[in-house]
Ligand binder design. Sequence first.
Ligand code: UDP
Ligand code: MG
Length: 323
Amino acid sequence: MSEVLYIVVPCYNEEEVLPETARKLGEKLDSLVGGGLVSPASRILFVNDGSCDGTWAIITKLHRQNPHFSGICLTRNRGHQNALMAGMMECRKRADIMISMDADLQDDIDAVDRMVEEYKKGHDIVYGVRSSRKTDTFFKRFTAEGFYKVMKALGVELVFNHADYRLLSRRALNDLAKYREVNLFLRGIIPQLGYDTAVVPYERKERFAGTSKYPLKKMLSFAFDGITSFSVKPMRLIINAGVLVFLVSIIMMVYTLNAKIGGRTVSGWTSLMGSIWMIGGIQLLCLGVIGEYIGKIYSESKHRPRYRIRENLEEDERTPEDE
Ligand code: UDP
Ligand code: MG
């Protein structure tokens, strides 16, 4: 018996690309089913992320014409990551494997076959990784690659040049459900799931119609979310700065006292300089210490799972617990 595959596609105002996307994905699914790689119960699940155009109308029409197409509609726009999460959490009741991709098909859909093959070799998570960014503008490439480097420097585990084109097995989806955080940054969470992973390289194309739904402002807030959700290093910087300023204050003390003894100062300067540096340093240090505690509270409040169990010999199949 072959596995049920769900392809999850978040869509926000994508009426220009949807008909073509649906046609191509439909053909892809037919060929996968025809080749016996996946079960005929497989579906393409569109998630309408509160679009204000005809996106949902197109999705319902597709569903009426062909049961291979399915859809869910969010009550309002919640952003790409949340829409993707909604699709993934819905499909895990029926799917054995899930592949997520963007509605504009910038990611080569022929990589789907290779992803499913990797799954069959025993990989629970398969990352689609861009082999080149030739079609991206210089600006997009520069900012995107810079982002991966900054994240790495801050100690966040990320797969370089991997966006949200990936395959997850059902048990990986069930584990993902245990991450309760509201500020979702899936690229940071998925590597934390563990399991055997594989990488499938592909060439990224240009958007064939419509405009990017990720303007610079959304991109920046996405990057900021990623950093603040996974790293407490920015907060550590405060403590480091505090220690530094404190050390400088000691040097300043010695220097100003020396100047005073040498009679090279006006009266009041020594005490002023000394106290400004000293108090500045102490304040920064205290802020940093408070920051450490807030960081702990922050990570506790996310209620992330402490560990995940890969297999349990008592159970054959793990059932979704968090529905
Ligand atoms: N998207 C979404 N909600 C949003 C913004 C984007 O569901 O609020 C979807 C969008 O429809 C697309 C995917 O996220 O399927 C990626 O968006 P886009 O292709 O515009 O991003 P880019 O490729 O320019 O980074
Ligand atoms: Mg795109």
